[in-house]
Design a protein. Sequence first.
Length: 248
Amino acid sequence: MTTDHPVRALAARLRGARRVTVLTGAGVSAASGVPTFRGPNGLWRRYRVEELATPQAFAREPRLVWDWYAWRREQIAACRPNRAHEVLAAWSVRHAAWRVITQNVDDLHLRAGTRELIRLHGSIWEMSCWAPCDRAPRRWRDERVPFPEPLPRCPHCAALARPAVVWFGEPLNARDLRAAHEAAACDVFIAAGTSALVYPAAGLIDAARARGAFTVEINLETTSASAAVDVAIQGAAEEVLPEIEALL
């Protein structure tokens, strides 16, 4: 549960802030029913995400990897943005210099209407050429559920297509990472629903603090960042963010 003091303190900071950046993680989408990496039954319990979300796994067994992503797409397609997504979208519309950075690939922020969204890990609703070929764009959107064929292919060269997400062992897109670091130059930096353990996203809190930002964590549990931020609010993002919005 949250208390009035940290929520009101944060709301007061936000009222006087010109640039605000919010970094979101899986906890922001949890209330929408977005599944975790492991399915509730059968096949996916036999695999760890680190065994499937890698270039090596796709090169070895593309059908297995795509079956897993097809399952995830079907699950996410049934989800809807929750109040956390809606509040952040409203902030991005009202304030031109307020930014949302997300580690999530579900695109629920986009569906809520968030502007200028920075997607560090890509989107499960986009694909790229596995080859890659020179004719294909870096990524393209494909929201078909289910796929009309078991293995999606590049429309430009017919090579296998892959999910346009950042896999384990792959670097973040340089343009997205640069945009995230630029957004870290802000007055208030909020990490919501993220464990703050995965770098380089976790390092954004440190980058914001080094530039003089007031730093905040909103999370159900304490994390490695809790003791280092200016304010740590323990609670669900879909509850805390509407509380803050009501005070603005």
